[in-house]
Design a protein around this ligand. Structure first.
Ligand code: SAM
Length: 253
C-alpha cells in the first residue's frame, strides 16, 4: 500500500492521491484513438470473450422491457455497445467516463453502429456521479476501477445510483493463479506489452503503467471485501483465463 493515506499508486510510483487522476487522464488522452486496436493486439482478442462474459452476466432483457445500464469508466463504449446489441429496444446504456477523448471515440462508434439513440456518452467522475440515487438497474465497470484514485468512493457511488435489486458487475485484471502461467504472463506483460504500446499507440509509458497498475490492484478476495464494505450483498467473483481477469458481482438488496 502507499505509505500515507494521502498517497496512492500510479503503477509502481507512489503519488499524492490528488495527482493520480491527472496522470491517468494523460494516459487515456494519449491512447484514445488506438485504444480498441491495442486491446485486440495485447490480449490476442481475448478481451472480447471477457466482455462477452460480462454481457452474459448483465443479461439485458431481450424483449421490450425497460432496462437502464450505467457503464462506468466506459471509455470508447465497447461494453455499452455490446449490451445494447444484446438487449431489446428498451435497453438504454449510459457511458460515463472522465475522459472526453475516449468518449468522443465511443460516440462515433455508436453512430456508425446505429445505436446512438440507445447509448449515450456523458462525462463524469466515478467518484462523484452526476446521477440521482436509485437511477439504474445495473452498473458495470470494465478495466476501469484500477484507474480510479479512490476505489471506495467509486464503489459507494455505484451502490447509490443502483435501484434496489440492482446488479453491480466489475471486470478487472486480477492475479494469475495457475503455476507456470505466471512466469509467461510476467514476461509478456513487462517485455512485450510496452513494446506493442510504443509501436502501435506511440506510448510505451502508458502500457508500462497498465502492467504495473495490474500488479498493484487488490487480490480478488480483498476486492470482494471492498465491494461488500460498500454495501453490496451476495458478492462473488469468477476468475477467467487462469486469473488474468476476474468478474466480480454484487447486488443492492
Ligand atoms: C482501460 S479503460 C476501460 C474502458 C472500457 N471500460 C473498456 O473496457 O474498454 C479505463 C477508462 O477509465 C476511465 N477513468 C479513469 N478514471 C476515471 C474516473 N475517475 N471516473 C470515470 N472514468 C475514469 C478512463 O478515462 C478510461 O476511459
Amino acid at each position: 500500500m502507499a505509505g500515507s493515506p494521502d498517497d496512492t499508486h500510479f503503477g509502481y510510483e507512489t503519488v499524492p492521491l490528488n495527482e493520480k487522476q491527472d496522470r491517468v487522464d494523460d494516459v487515456f488522452h494519449s491512447v484514445a484513438r488506438r485504444y480498441d486496436l491495442m486491446n485486440d493486439l495485447m490480449s490476442a482478442g481475448l478481451h472480447r470473450a471477457w466482455k462477452d462474459a460480462l454481457v452474459t452476466a448483465v443479461n439485458p432483457p431481450k424483449h421490450d422491457a425497460p432496462f437502464a445500464l450505467l457503464d462506468l469508466a466506459g471509455g470508447t463504449g465497447d461494453v455499452a455497445l455490446r449490451v445494447a446489441e444484446a438487449g431489446g429496444a428498451s435497453t438504454r446504456v449510459t457511458v460515463c467516463d472522465i475522459n472526453a477523448d475516449m468518449l468522443a471515440v465511443g460516440a462515433e462508434r455508436a453512430l456508425e453502429r446505429r445505436l446512438a439513440d440507445r447509448v449515450t456518452f456523458e462525462r463524469g467522475n466515478a467518484e462523484a456521479l452526476p446521477y440521482p440515487d436509485r437511477s439504474f438497474d445495473c452498473v458495470t465497470i470494465a478495466f476501469g476501477i484500477r484507474n480510479v484514485p479512490r476505489i471506495d468512493r467509486a464503489l459507494a457511488e455505484a451502490y447509490r445510483v443502483l435501484k434496489l435489486g440492482g446488479h453491480f458487475l466489475c471486470l478487472e485484471f486480477s492475479s494469475v493463479d495457475v503455476p507456470g502461467l505466471e512466469a509467461i504472463y510476467d514476461y509478456y506483460s513487462f517485455h512485450i506489452i510496452p513494446r506493442i504500446g510504443q509501436a502501435v499507440a506511440g506510448d510505451r509509458a502508458a502500457y508500462q503503467y497498465l502492467v504495473e497498475s495490474i500488479r498493484k490492484f487488490p487480490k480478488p478476495k480483498a476486492f470482494a471485501r471492498m465491494i461488500e464494505q460498500a454495501g453490496f450483498r451476495r458478492v462473488t467473483f469468477t476468475p477467467m483465463t487462469g486469473g488474468v481477469v476476474a468478474l466480480h458481482s454484487g447486488w443492492k438488496l
